[in-house]
Design a protein around this ligand. Sequence first.
Ligand code: MAN
Length: 348
Amino acid sequence: MKDIARRFPQNPLLLPKDITPSREEFQVVCLLNPGVFKFEGKTWLLVRVAETIAQKEGFINFPALNATGNTEIIEVPLNHPELIATDSRILNYKGLDYLTTISHLRLLCSDDGIYFKEPESNASLFGIGYLERFGIEDCRVSQIGETYYLTYTAVSDSGVGVGLRTTKDWKIFENAGMIFPPHNKDCAIFEEKINGKYYALHRPSSKEIGGNYIWLAESEDGKLWGNHQCIIKSRPGHWDSARVGAGAAPIKTEQGWLEIYHGANKEHQYCLGAFLMDLNDPSKVIARTIDPIMVPTENYELSGFFGFVVFTNGHIINGDELTIYYGAADEFVCGARFSIKEILSLLH
Ligand code: MAN
């Protein structure tokens, strides 16, 4: 299938080897799913760095934070009868779920939006507390006034929820804690208030009845959220039949709020699509793309830590040009450009 993305010829922009591990004994296995923002005239990525520890033969070893916030290494014999390890991302041991890697968020900046490097005072954000003991992931960065809202996936043995931290200067962060409890991820806050209220897209999951759908929530203060409404569902028989989730903050256009979202089928193949919400009342979805606007096509998207994945949660807008940064095959950071008008023309 042909898509409408114009990929950067320099892709992949960042590989796991381009980043130093957060601890000497760790290895960076994936560099993916960056939040993106402008600050002091530069383009910044808040990249998810997924790390693990050297593997001992006959075992699976992986790091997690313990109750006191220190890193511990969990070791599981490969032939253990109570080990289920069929997915490179997660495992189940003695009835409990774990991640094979632990993620933190790392800041990188660039003058041209193509070559990114870590600033001198390299800043990292790590999981804090028991609700983030398996790490923090896939951060969306929304700017409202001078405040940046960081909404990210907080993972622990208690489940997967959405954490919020805010900052004005990227040095001091306020931790607002978990704003959407498990199971929830893919949260993007709108970058302006609508009729005096904050709005956010989020993605709760319901296992027995319902599914992995995109919801809308409102808030008076950006921290306590309510009036939840389900606005976008997965579509049986389509590329987005198993799950859908919001990308970065919606893009304001004359026709409505444009959202780039990811969808996956039962085979966990991740593509991108778009939908449009009413400017005054974003709970009204006006239109949606039928076919994906981006499909894993290049080698770096088809194979890697988890192949056949394009996943975006950050972009920069310049007039009609939308530059997305995206995780390819859950392992690399890449870039691609779109015409916003062209995306709008594909909505039905
Ligand atoms: C899924 C994938 C992983 C992620 C976990 C927890 O399994 O998206 O990459 O680490 O969920 O969020």
